[in-house]
Each structure stands twice: as structure tokens, then as C-alpha cells.
Design a protein around this ligand. Structure first.
Ligand code: PLP
Length: 371
């Protein structure tokens, strides 16, 4: 195993999480369907661990550069982090982010379980000013669906110098594009549901960390909270993860091309994609990101109803929520009441899949002609 340590990420996701080599041994980890295991035990019981989870966790660990715990969904992973905070803890969080995370933060604040200081993560000074006195900085970058980029190396270093814990929701970028743990973050979180699993057929989440004591607290939280992944889902996610590097390379290459064409489309008012040289976040992103991801948000010259018409007029791109799959998806974000009021009503979020870019563009251009 030790020779695999030096593998580059695109190779690590293929090579990690395999059973030990033996004559006629499995190439892939078997799906372990047992709720209990013979004594004497390392695992013990199916809520404490499972060999198929472990295989997936090893592969995500190789990618993130930290030890990994998987959960039954991305929200289960995020909940585990917030659940280990002491009562009344003050945290700093991005004001734009995944609607489920934002709703959870709001609920925990209303219950006075925690206190949240919301910041614009793209405004480094605003983040730094909020940090003193907070125990955790929880950040998305790029943010969902505003596509703002935080200066992660600067902000993480500042937070650590104040002894503030740092968790980064790495779902949009993935560890192929940025490595929060290498930048000093305590936790890198993924909605494995999205790019890592990549086929819109599984829900799962992960937390990776290099801090052993933190790992143990989060593992205890998983055991007691019980938000564990299923063995079959873990197997599917690992199968999907094997092709992450080529899927992401294809999708983000197309995303840049599509963002460029959208910027020049007469019906498009604004495009948000950090890979565009004209994007306000491009300079920051370029400092530390290896690629800019495959999600584009854009606003049309038109009403929210027009945006709904666009999204329901495509034939290749499905009108559906979620992102990071092989198939392109789009939706007007405000069709969900939980979306932040500061996200424009007519903003469309497009998750670029691996289809031929010319087919995706023909579909977008055609759909924009329907209003
Ligand atoms: C989808 C998503 C989540 C939540 O993940 P689930 O697997 O749906 O629970 C969290 N953060 C981001 C950025 C997401 O896109």
C-alpha cells in the first residue's frame, strides 16, 4: 500500500480502496451486507463501521489528504459537525450557501443552540473581522449558487492563528481543484451525492480531517447519531469516484466554453463562473484553484416566469435540482422557497454534464429562444 501514497489525485481515486492483492481475490471491494460481525472485533456492529464504507473512505482520504468518515447524506455530514459544537457556540459562516445548510444554520440559531455571524466569503476583510470570538468558520467556496470564491489560503491561515476551527464544504470544487486540508482547514466536507459519486443515483456525504481527536469526536457522533451510509450506496459512490478526474475535466472544459458563449448571448444579463477571465472572482480563484468546476449560474434579461420557461424548454438538459452528475441539469433556484432572498429571482443554475458541448449549447440556445 505504501507505494500508492505518492500517486497523483487522478490515479489515487482509481487505485485507493481496493482489497489486498491475493490469488483470485476481488479487484473491487465486495458489498458487505452484515449488520454484525464475528468477535473478536475491530468493527463490531454495522452502525460502527462496514468494510464497503471503509473502501470508499480510503479512496476519498487519498483524494482529500485526510482521514474520512462517510455519512448517509451531505446534510448528515454537516449536521455531525454542528452537533459536536458546544451549546451557544459562536460560528462564522458564508451568507450564501447550499439552501439546506442555510436552513439548518437558521434553525439552530432560532433554537439558540448556536450563534451565527454571516459573512460575504469573497470579502476577506469582512471574514477576518468576524472571526475573533468564533469557534468555527464554516465556508463554501465557490458558494452555491452565487459562485463567490473565498481567498481560502489567506482566510484559513487567519482563522487558525486565532485558534478558530475551519470547515470547508468542498462540494463544488472537489479536492481535484482545491485541497482545504493542505491549506490548513480542519475539515473538508463533500456532498458525495454530487461530483464524487457523479451519476445522480446515490445520496452520501463525507468529512475528512487530519486531526485525530476531531476524527474520533465525529466518528462518535456518527455512531450515536446513526446517520450512516448504506453498503450498496457506498459501493456505487466508489464506482462513480473512479472516473471523477475524467468526468470533471470534461465537464469543466465544457463549462468554460458555455460560460463564454452565455456571456455573449443577447438574452443573458449576467454570468457567474469563476473560470471566466472577466468574472470578479477569477483572480482569487486562479491563485489556488486547479480548475473552476462545472457549475454556472446566470441571469436572463427576463422575468422569473421567463426563466422557468427556459428551464422547461430544454430537451437534453433536465430541469431538476442537484449537480455534479454526468447529465446536465438546470433550474431556476428560486423555485425553492428556501433559496436566499439575495439570490436574484431569475437566476438559473446549470450543472454541466459530460455530453458533447455542442449539443448542450444547442439546447441552451434553443431554450433561450422560447421567451
Ligand atoms: C447538495 C449539497 C449539500 C447537501 O448534500 P446532500 O447529499 O444533498 O445532503 C451540501 N453542500 C452543497 C454545496 C451541496 O451542493
Amino acid at each position: 500500500m505504501s507505494e500508492k501514497k505518492s500517486l497523483r489525485p487522478a490515479s489515487a481515486v482509481v487505485a485507493a480502496g481496493r482489497p489486498p492483492v491475493s490469488a483470485d481475490g476481488d479487484i473491487n471491494p465486495p458489498i458487505s451486507l452484515s449488520s454484525t460481525f464475528h468477535a473478536p472485533n475491530e468493527i463490531g456492529y454495522g452502525r460502527y463501521g462496514n468494510p464497503t464504507w471503509s473502501a470508499l473512505e480510503d479512496a476519498i482520504s487519498a483524494l482529500e489528504g485526510g482521514r474520512t468518515l462517510t455519512f448517509g447524506s451531505g446534510m448528515a455530514a454537516i449536521s455531525a459537525v454542528f452537533n459536536i459544537l458546544p451549546r451557544g457556540a459562536v460560528i462564522t459562516a458564508s451568507k450564501h450557501g447550499y439552501s439546506g445548510t442555510m436552513s439548518l444554520l437558521k434553525k439552530l440559531s432560532v433554537e439558540e443552540r448556536i450563534e451565527v455571524r454571516y459573512v460575504d466569503v469573497a470579502n476577506t476583510q469582512e471574514v477576518l473581522d468576524a472571526l475573533p470570538g468564533t469557534v468555527l468558520l464554516w465556508m463554501e467556496s465557490p458558494t452555491n449558487p452565487a459562485m463567490e470564491v473565498a481567498d481560502l489560503p489567506t482566510i484559513i491561515a487567519a482563522a487558525k492563528s486565532l485558534n478558530c476551527g475551519v470547515g470547508v464544504d468542498n462540494t463544488f470544487a472537489t479536492a481535484l481543484n482545491q485541497k482545504p486540508i493542505a491549506m490548513g482547514a480542519d475539515i473538508s466536507m463533500n456532498s458525495v451525492t454530487k461530483f464524487l459519486a457523479g451519476h445522480s443515483d446515490v445520496l452520501m456525504g463525507s468529512l475528512s480531517t487530519n486531526d485525530e481527536a476531531l476524527f474520533t469526536r465525529l466518528e462518535d457522533q456518527r455512531k450515536l447519531g446513526g446517520a450512516i451510509p448504506g453498503p450498496f450506496e457506498s459501493w456505487l459512490a466508489l464506482r462513480g469516484l473512479r472516473t471523477l478526474a475524467i468526468r470533471l475535466a470534461q465537464s469543466q472544459k465544457s463549462a468554460l466554453e458555455l460560460a463564454t458563449r452565455l456571456s455573449n448571448h443577447p438574452k443573458v444579463a449576467k454570468v457567474r463562473y469563476p473560470g471566466l477571465p472577466t468574472d470578479p472572482h477569477h483572480a482569487t480563484a486562479k491563485k489556488f484553484m486547479q480548475g473552476f468546476g462545472a457549475v454556472i449560474s446566470f441571469e436572463i434579461h427576463g422575468t422569473p416566469a421567463d426563466a422557468d420557461t427556459v428551464c422547461s424548454s430544454s430537451t437534453l438538459i433536465s430541469q431538476a435540482t442537484s449537480l455534479g452528475g454526468v447529465e446536465s441539469l438546470w433550474e431556476r433556484r428560486h423555485r425553492w422557497s428556501a433559496e436566499s432572498p439575495s439570490i436574484p429571482e431569475n437566476l438559473i443554475r446549470l450543472s454541466v454534464g459530460i455530453e458533447d458541448v455542442e449539443d448542450i449549447w444547442a439546447d441552451i440556445d434553443g431554450a433561450l429562444g422560447y421567451y
